[in-house]
Design a protein around this ligand. Structure first.
Ligand code: ZN
Length: 80
């Protein structure tokens, strides 16, 4: 398990490491649920980003693509 140490700034902010954001496809404008659990702060993505266009989509989407990109892929498959 990768552990990265970050300092909290004077306003209580931290930067999420790029490694974690990439691993969970979380980017700017995505919502995260936060909770204190067993002495830890747990962040759970509510949203993630489409791997094709970067649009925000629900984290529990079956595919890591937005509806528009899925539609384009389906249209391409029916043509080709
Ligand atoms: Zn997309």
């Amino acid at each position: 398990m990768l552990v990265i140490t970050r300092k909290i700034d004077e306003l209580g902010r931290i930067v999420l490491p790029i490694e974690f954001r990439k691993a969970l496809s979380v980017d700017t404008k995505c919502d995260l649920d936060m909770e204190v659990k067993d002495g830890a702060i747990v962040l759970t993505p509510k949203q993630t980003v489409c791997h094709s266009c970067g649009a925000v989509i629900p984290a529990k989407s079956k595919y890591c693509l937005c509806k528009e990109c899925i539609k384009v892929i389906k249209e391409d498959e029916s043509i080709g």
